[in-house]
Write a protein that binds this ligand. Structure first.
Ligand code: PRP
Ligand code: URA
Ligand code: MG
Length: 207
């Protein structure tokens, strides 16, 4: 698995905004959107392209076009915070949805939604979830996508814990992981340290 930690001053600035417990909902959403744009820009480097003819005011030449229809898959709820930037950059993308909520005691993901095309063979698929903690949610997501034939999966996470990266690496199901940071560790509640708290709650309120 290739791990790309995007090293850029603006990534650092928006990450600090997300971490800050004084950032309100509007500021949190805006920083997530900006970070999503920067991380998705990197993640979309590997989308398939083709050469197509283009007529400039001067001559006939060729240009680049996205080949096929990529699928972006936000993991609800928090992954929805990355969906707008992803589809702004890739307006022709289709969107699938996976809904998972971690059980507060066991920290295991509980599935409540799966809305995806039946057959993902040959499709370019990009998973969006800001938080990779134990890795349970992401590995479940990758298994669901792989069971439908998806391969070469790209994942966009804003914050990763080393434990989660190891779990995803062991699964062998992700080709590329793009992130803003690999944090220190998980705490006793399986929250990322230093982290940013509960991303879903900070975007949408407690559930
Ligand atoms: O790596 P893990 O230990 O599985 O934790 C990461 C998951 O936790 C968060 O979702 P959560 O279950 O809090 O749901 P929410 O987005 O609805 O708040 C986050 O968005 C990931 O999906
Ligand atoms: O730190 C964490 C861990 C899991 N989910 C979150 O939203 N935050
Ligand atoms: Mg949550």
């Amino acid at each position: 698995m290739d791990i790309i930690v995007v090293d850029h001053p603006l990534v650092g600035d928006r990450l600090r905004t997300l971490r800050d417990s004084a950032t309100d909902t509007a500021g949190f959403r805006a920083a997530m959107d900006a970070l999503g744009t920067m991380l998705c820009y990197e993640a979309f480097r590997s989308i398939p392209t083709k050469r197509v003819p283009v007529t400039t005011p001067i001559v006939e030449t060729t240009g680049v076009a996205v080949d096929g229809v990529p699928l972006v898959v936000p993991v609800l709820r928090a992954g929805l915070g990355l969906l707008d930037p992803a589809t702004r950059l890739l307006p022709g993308a289709q969107v699938g949805f996976i809904g998972l909520a971690r059980d507060e005691e066991s920290h295991e993901p509980v599935s409540y939604l799966c809305s995806l095309p039946e057959d993902l063979t040959g499709r370019h698929v990009v998973v969006l979830d800001p938080m990779l903690a134990t890795g349970g949610s992401l590995v479940t997501t990758l298994e669901t996508l792989a069971a439908r034939g998806a391969t070469g999966l790209t994942v966009v996470c804003v914050l990763c814990a080393p434990e989660g990266i190891e779990a995803v690496r062991e699964s062998g199901l992700a080709a590329t992981l793009v992130t803003a940071t690999i944090d220190e560790r998980l705490d006793e509640n399986a929250f990322i340290v230093p982290g940013l708290g509960d991303a879903g709650d900070r975007l949408f309120g407690p559930r």
